[in-house]
Design a protein around this ligand. Structure first.
Ligand code: HEC
Length: 124
C-alpha cells in the first residue's frame, strides 16, 4: 500500500499521460500522408473533406446536402453511389457555395484522381 497520500498527484499524473497521448496523436495527424494505391483516396477524403462531409449533424457539407436532397440521396458523400470522378474533380477544383476550392498545392492531381475514384467507387 502507498502510505503517502497525495490525492491530487494521481489526477495530475493522469492528466499528463492524457496530454502526452493527445500530443502524440495530434502529431501523428500532422504527418504528411503518402497515399498508397489502396487507400489513397480515402486518406485524402479524411484529411480535406471529412470535417464538412463526414457523418453527423455537425458537418456543414453533410447538413447542406441533406437539405438539398431531402433524403433522395445520402447526405454523406461516402455513401453516395451517383458521383462520377468528373463531378468530384469539378467540385474540388472550383468549390460551391461555402465549400472552398482546393489548390494543387493542397490536393495534387494524383491525389485528386485517387479521391475521385474513391468517391465514385471506381475500381482502379
Ligand atoms: C468547408 C466545408 C467543406 C469542405 C472542406 C468540403 N466541402 Fe464539399 N460541400 C460543402 C457544402 C456546404 C456543400 C453543399 C453546397 C450547396 O450546394 O449548398 C458541398 C458540396 C459538395 C459536392 C456536391 C454534392 C452535390 O450532390 O451537390 C461535392 C461533390 C463535394 N462537396 C465534394 C467535396 C470534397 C471531395 C471535398 C474534399 C476535397 C469537400 N467537398 C470539402 C462543404 C465543404
Amino acid at each position: 500500500m502507498n502510505r503517502i497520500a497525495f490525492p491530487h498527484m494521481g489526477t495530475a499524473a493522469r492528466t499528463i499521460v492524457l496530454a502526452i497521448a493527445l500530443a502524440a496523436s495530434a502529431h501523428a495527424a500532422d504527418q504528411p500522408t503518402h497515399p498508397g494505391p489502396a487507400n489513397g483516396g480515402r486518406a485524402v477524403f479524411q484529411k480535406w473533406c471529412m470535417p464538412c462531409h463526414g457523418v453527423g449533424a455537425d458537418k456543414p457539407g453533410t447538413v447542406a446536402l441533406a437539405t438539398l436532397y431531402k433524403g433522395a440521396k445520402p447526405a454523406a458523400l461516402e455513401e453516395r453511389t451517383d458521383l462520377t470522378p468528373e463531378i468530384v474533380r469539378q467540385f474540388v477544383r472550383h468549390g460551391v457555395s461555402v465549400m472552398p476550392f482546393f489548390r494543387k498545392t493542397e490536393i495534387s492531381d494524383s491525389e485528386l484522381d485517387a479521391l475521385a475514384n474513391y468517391l465514385s467507387h471506381a475500381k482502379s
